[in-house]
Write a protein that binds this ligand. Structure first.
Ligand code: MF3
Ligand code: CO
Ligand code: CO
Length: 260
């Protein structure tokens, strides 16, 4: 599929979808506590998206995915399926929200702490967020995809973490996953150049141990092969004339991400 450049009207719809996805992450925060099951989080998000936002939870039935959100706990890398299991103290969880509003998608995820995580896991999560923040900061027309991948890879590998290769960011719009693929490793100065009006996600998955992953028997949940922790954060980004706009920005985030 070719890369789509969004028109002004489409960008306005992407802004709305992005804001709704970010709002779901803000809404769910107080519920992410010891003793809650990931199924309960799924139901709260589902009902909020459908009843309050009049939007559609994109994961539900996407390629057969059975729930409305993805919940990936501890050594789960991504695409965890909500279930009966309850969160316990010290767990960390990625909640990945994608909503469809007026045909357009907004896709974003963040890490939540249940109680206080182990310090080494907290550092992994903070470094993963910082790699995303830095990658966003170089987004502008003319930046190449390899510049983004290389920045993330260098930043996290310098801390002895590893980057998951099998899953990547993606163009987004009328479709959940559009071209181009935004990989989180690579070589600066290579790859496609960003163009004003592109919308895509950056969503690095960073492992505490080795980069290798495996797929569980449910055919969705991705886990680290060595069962060490993994972290992920995701934003949907618009390339503007001089830089970027984070379409899924939350109110708790760094003002550096607010504009460029
Ligand atoms: N939200 C994920 C992404 O960032 C995709 C989830 S696909 C699903 O691209 F089917 F698991 F929901
Ligand atoms: Co995504
Ligand atoms: Co996502």
């Amino acid at each position: 599929m070719a890369i789509t450049i969004k028109t002004a009207e489409e960008i306005e719809k992407m802004r709305i979808a992005g804001k709704l996805a970010a709002d779901v992450l803000e809404m769910i925060e107080p519920y992410v506590k010891q003793g809650v099951s990931t199924d309960e989080l799924d139901k709260i998000c589902h009902d909020f998206i459908v009843d309050e936002q009049n939007a559609i939870p994109a994961p539900l039935n996407y390629r057969g995915f059975p729930k409305s959100i993805c919940t990936s706990v501890n050594h789960q890398v991504c695409h965890g399926i909500p279930g009966k299991k309850k969160l316990k103290k010290g767990d960390v969880i990625n909640i990945d929200i994608t909503v469809i509003k007026d045909g357009y998608h907004g896709d974003t995820s963040k890490m939540f702490f249940v109680g206080e995580p182990a310090p080494h896991v907290k550092r992994l999560i903070e470094a993963t967020y910082e790699s995303l923040r830095r990658a966003i900061s170089i987004v502008k027309p003319g930046t190449r995809l390899g510049d983004i991948g290389s920045l993330i890879q260098k930043y996290v590998e310098a801390k002895n973490y590893s980057v998951v290769r099998e899953y990547c960011g993606h163009g987004i719009g009328l479709n959940f996953h559009e071209d181009p693929q935004i990989v989180h490793y690579g070589k600066a100065g290579t790859g496609e150049e960003l163009v004003e009006g592109m919308t895509f996600t950056i969503e690095p998955m960073v492992n505490l141990g080795k980069r290798h992953i495996k797929l569980l028997g449910d055919q969705w949940t991705v886990v680290t092969k060595d069962h060490k922790a993994s972290a992920q954060w995701e934003h949907t980004i618009l390339v503007t004339a001089n830089g970027f706009e984070v379409l899924t920005l939350r109110s708790d985030e760094d003002p550096v991400l607010q504009a460029s």
